[in-house]
Design a protein around this ligand. Structure first.
Ligand SMILES: *Cc1c(COP(=O)(O)O)cnc(C)c1O
Length: 408
């Protein structure tokens, strides 16, 4: 029997069923009118942001990385909760604008920004985190033609990366950011062009559960920002320190120590060099803000046995939950937190695998784990579904279409 990941805090039991934001899973499904269904809890989102703000220095602004979850109602709520938004495409700019988010609060990173995307972003007043010298020249030319003063920052390809990181984004050759030794010249070029200089964006990795490594990376990021500001010859207006705060997905994972990270960052803020005394700092988080606030509910449509193994076959799958199936940036497949939502009070009675309805052996939501005896009609909950669900899954694959989404 294989273990399941840890169920996040904040989920309760009502009448034997999983309850999300105080409501029974079956009632939420009835309201949505169908499974598969993503439920996002606004209570959970608010609490997460409060906890984070309480632990971090006041000086640190909180940005949300839209690619984790771009569901409109969730984006609107995040608009009330966080300071800034990081987008990675013109499509995300349109989604953020539709959710009522002011472009002045948005920064745009990501390689391969097209002229169309640059034009839309500069027109709206979005800050561009430039990924190369070529992109910088295109942005300056487009802004000239539009008669706008563009808001430009440089994304730095740091010469270190975040240890324990699920996805390495820095250290060595990368498609992201400008190599450290070329950053000062580019910064001077941007400032000389008359653009509004917005500073640096330094992102060293994602999904780390190693609090010491996060602290060390933040310290290294601040040292690098100070060095680059000195070599650029101007005070640093803004510095995005990246993110990387992970959440526990798998058996044995432990949450990060926010208190430690906040305290260490406050110490570093207290000892900044002069060129960084007035700098506004931010971190950008995706999954840490929204991941644990989401649950994916899917219904068992068949129960079958093959060579003695039990399969619970559900109406959802990897077309909504690529990450839970183990096919989004993981090397070894391990089980997410998964439960039978309609028998949430029953102990494990048998070993079963929860598989999706797609015709591929990759479509597995839980592998040989312990569950109460479940049958056709029961609801399965996949937790940690608030980030990289619909936004990172191939919804068109095999024609089942997208899942419903509901913010409660
Ligand atoms: C993906 C991404 C994030 C968000 O990562 P999480 O692991 O979801 O916090 C933040 N910044 C950049 C530049 C990214 O590419």
């Amino acid at each position: 029997m294989k273990a399941l990941g840890p169920i996040p805090q904040g989920y309760a039991l009502i009448d034997g069923e999983l309850a999300i934001a105080g409501r029974r899973a079956s009632d939420l499904v009835a309201e949505a009118g169908q499974t598969p269904l993503f439920i996002y809890s606004s209570q959970h989102l608010r609490r997460r942001v409060q906890t984070l703000r309480a632990a971090m220095p006041d000086r640190l602004a909180l940005h949300y990385a839209v690619k984790a979850n771009s569901f409109g109602p969730l984006l609107s709520l995040m608009g009330e909760l966080v300071d800034g938004f990081d987008i990675a495409s013109g499509g995300e700019l349109a989604l953020a604008s539709a959710a009522g988010i002011d472009a002045q609060r948005i920064s745009f990173a990501g390689p391969g920004k097209t002229d169309t995307e640059l034009t839309a972003a500069i027109t709206a007043g979005v800050t561009l985190n430039l990924e190369s010298e070529g992109e910088a020249e295109r942005a300056i030319t487009i802004a000239d033609r539009l008669g706008h003063v563009p808001r430009l920052a440089v994304r730095v390809n740091p010469d270190f990366d975040l240890k324990g990181s699920g996805m390495k984004m820095g250290g060595g050759a990368k498609p992201f950011g400008v190599d450290v030794d070329r950053v000062p010249a580019l910064a001077r070029r941007i400032i000389g062009s008359g653009a509004e200089w917005r500073g640096f964006h330094i992102f060293a990795g994602s999904q780390s559960l190693d609090s010491d490594a996060i602290c060390d990376t933040q310290a290294e990021t601040l040292r690098l920002a100070a060095r680059l500001a000195m070599e650029s010859g101007v005070p640093l207006p803004h510095c995005n320190l990246g993110g990387g705060f992970g959440i526990p997905y798998f058996p044995g994972d432990e949450p990060i120590d926010l208190g430690l990270i906040g305290a260490r960052l406050a110490e570093q803020f207290a000892a900044l060099p002069d060129l960084l005394k007035e700098t506004r700092f931010s971190i950008e988080l995706g999954r840490y803000l929204v991941g644990e606030a989401g649950v994916y509910l899917t219904r068992i449509v068949d129960r079958k046995i093959s060579h003695g193994e039990i399969y619970l076959i559900v109406d959802g799958g990897l077309h909504h939950q690529l990450a839970a199936s183990g096919n989004f940036g993981t090397v070894v497949r391990r089980n997410y937190p998964v439960a039978i939502a309609s028998r949430f009070d029953v102990q494990a009675e048998e070993e079963a695998s929860v598989v999706g309805c797609l015709c591929t052996p990759l479509d597995r939501l839980a592998d040989k784990a312990g569950f109460p005896r479940a049958d056709v009609g029961d609801l399965v909950a996949v937790f940690c579904a608030g980030a990289y669900g619909p936004s990172a899954s191939p919804a068109q694959f095999l024609g089942h279409g997208p899942a419903r989404e509901l913010l409660v």
